[in-house]
Design a protein around this ligand. Structure first.
Ligand code: HXC
Ligand code: NAP
Length: 304
């Protein structure tokens, strides 16, 4: 990304300090890049310490402080572990308070719901529903106690409105975060802590494609974009611009909103995996084997 990809003046986010969960890869990395390019200091967390280190270095090499960019600090943290979240927040606050948080970390895979084990359900709900709530709570408690303003943006999916066949634990968990956004916007808004959410349509990433379109290239080049009025997937810079807007203090009056960025896809009835109803046992077995291969590869790189 270059400054030409962003619709804001250089230095716009100077003085902002933002944690992006899952910021080592995919959408989180792209939003982290947009924020740091505009001068924000950004913290990125995830379970693969090496991936975080590589991302922090790559972003700071591409956008040095001399060009007005902020710092990127990697912190290995598993958001399924509340104590680890508290420790991460203590580490961050020791440098200074956050001004914003992006709840972006997630887990997901396509599966027939009747094939899910309790561990399969928990694998997703413990990251998305429970993990994101505890990250929010640890940041929120610190903001409220210190009388500071804070902006939270949660990355959801359009399935919070349409439902998500074959991705039910994800859709349920994201729907919970949608209600968290609405509820805490009302509960904490008068104390300066505001909540919004983004519901992206498809933006090709390795993490999502390995688990939602197994066997297809992660650039999304051969996935048909059915039902999208624009006939295409999202561009990372489009997402980064929206995240910057929602986190900037001048958008303070925007509170409790979930904004879709999907080219109008879900309004047009697209955006989900309903077409997988056509799959039989053989397709599901192949998908599961492919997804579990990707899971095992990623797990081997975890440092926490
Ligand atoms: C059925 C499956 C499965 C599959 C795993 N499981 N894959 N069940 N079908 N395809 C089951 C396992 O069998 C096991 O249950 C349980 O889930 C836990 O599996 P682990 O591999 O041990 O889990 P874990 O190491 O905790 O990994 C968590 C994970 C993994 C969620 C399964 O995918 C992960 O770490 N993901 C992080 C990255 C990610 O998912 N990114 C995509 C986000 S995209 P049993 O009972 O067998 O022990 C997204 C939205 C995209 O969210 C929207 C697009 C429009
Ligand atoms: P991704 O690259 O796989 O991103 C997920 C990130 O979450 C990874 O960096 C992963 O890092 C981190 N993570 C997972 N479990 C974690 C845990 N327990 N603790 C800390 N970090 C954890 O996939 P993505 O496509 O960019 O997805 C990012 C967000 O966008 C997700 O919320 C997803 O639901 C949402 N979204 C994506 C799309 C899309 O089309 N790509 C569409 C709609 C919504 P580690 O594995 O190292 O922990």
């Amino acid at each position: 990304m270059t400054l030409d990809d962003l619709m804001y003046r250089p230095g716009l986010m100077q003085g902002q300090r933002i944690l992006v969960t899952g910021g080592g890869t995919g959408l989180g990395r792209e939003m982290a890049e947009g924020l740091m390019m505009l001068g924000a200091d950004v913290y990125i967390c995830g379970r693969r310490g090496g991936v975080l280190e590589e991302t922090a270095k790559a972003l700071m090499d591409a956008h040095p402080a001399s060009a007005g960019a902020g710092k990127v600090t990697p912190i290995a943290c598993d958001i399924r572990v509340p104590e680890a979240i508290a420790e991460m927040m203590d580490t961050i606050w020791a440098d200074g308070p956050l001004t914003g948080l992006i709840n972006n970390a997630a887990g997901n895979f396509i599966s027939r719901t009747e094939d899910l084990s309790t561990r399969g359900f928990d694998a997703i709900a413990n990251i998305v529903f429970r993990g994101s709530f505890f990250v929010t709570l640890e940041a929120g408690k610190r903001w409220l106690k210190q009388g500071r303003k804070g902006a939270v943006v949660s990355i959801l999916t359009t399935w919070v409105w349409s439902g998500g066949p074959f991705t039910v634990p994800s859709a349920m968990s994201k729907a919970g975060l949608n209600v968290m956004t609405q509820s805490l916007a009302a509960e904490w808004g008068n104390r300066g802590v505001r909540f919004n959410a983004i519901a992206p349509g498809p933006f090709p990433t390795e993490g999502a494609w390995a688990r939602l379109s197994p066997g297809q290239p992660a650039d999304g080049s051969n996935r048909e974009v059915t039902g999208s009025p624009l006939g295409r997937m999202g561009e990372m810079r489009e997402l980064a611009n929206l995240a910057v807007y929602l986190l900037h203090p001048l958008s303070e009056y925007v509170n409790g909103q979930t904004i879709a960025i999907d080219g109008g896809g879900w309004n047009a009835g697209g955006g989900g995996f309903s077409s997988l109803r056509a799959w039989g046992d053989a397709e599901w077995e192949a998908a599961r084997a492919s997804i579990q291969g990707a899971n095992a590869q990623d797990r081997a790189r975890r440092t926490v």
